[in-house]
Design a binder for this molecule. Structure first.
Ligand SMILES: [Cu+2]
Length: 169
């Protein structure tokens, strides 16, 4: 009888320890799940840019296989809302001055896209995957009107995925 009571108490203690361990594990997991994407996001947004010229012209653009290049950061569902409410202008135009350092933060709202701005030697062939930000940087050392496009076949509208870069003298 006495022996059973002891073993019962030990079981209880072990169960308590198990719960404690589970809780620590859960907290650790949450920290990892939240902390990791957050650090990557922060790195993308601030750290990388602080290493480039402080006076760089920064543009954020989002690729969408039906809408083309959208200004700013658009998630898949935002793009769909935009699509149904007011169809944005297909050709996105970016304007800079000659001599500007230009930084493009490119992401995708749906499928894997590419990016090509041949006149300034930019070609992103590895692909811009949804949820990732790909950075491209160049110096706008010549004036004129240039075309950028998607460099990976991403759907029926792929050939319409074009935008314009205007470099003013
Ligand atoms: Cu595309």
């Amino acid at each position: 009888m006495k022996l059973m009571t002891i073993s019962h108490a030990v079981d209880e203690k072990m169960a308590k320890n198990d719960r404690k361990r589970d809780l620590f594990f859960l907290i650790g997991l949450i920290l990892l799940l939240v902390g990791l994407p957050w650090s990557i996001h922060t790195y993308d947004n601030y750290h990388w840019l602080s290493k480039t010229t402080a006076r760089a012209k920064v543009f954020t653009l989002t690729a969408h296989s039906k809408l083309g290049w959208l200004p700013g950061k658009a998630h898949g569902y935002d793009a769909i809302t935009l699509y149904s409410k007011s169809r944005p202008k297909r050709n996105l135009t970016l304007e800079v001055e000659k001599g500007d350092t230009v930084v493009l933060k490119i992401s995708s709202s749906d499928v894997v896209h590419g990016f090509s701005l041949k006149d300034f030697g930019i070609l992103i062939e590895d692909g811009i995957r949804p949820g990732k930000v790909v950075l491209a940087s160049f110096t706008a050392d010549k004036a004129g009107t240039f075309t950028f496009s998607c460099s990976i076949i991403c759907g029926d509208e792929h050939k319409n995925m074009q935008g314009t870069l205007v470099v003013r003298a």
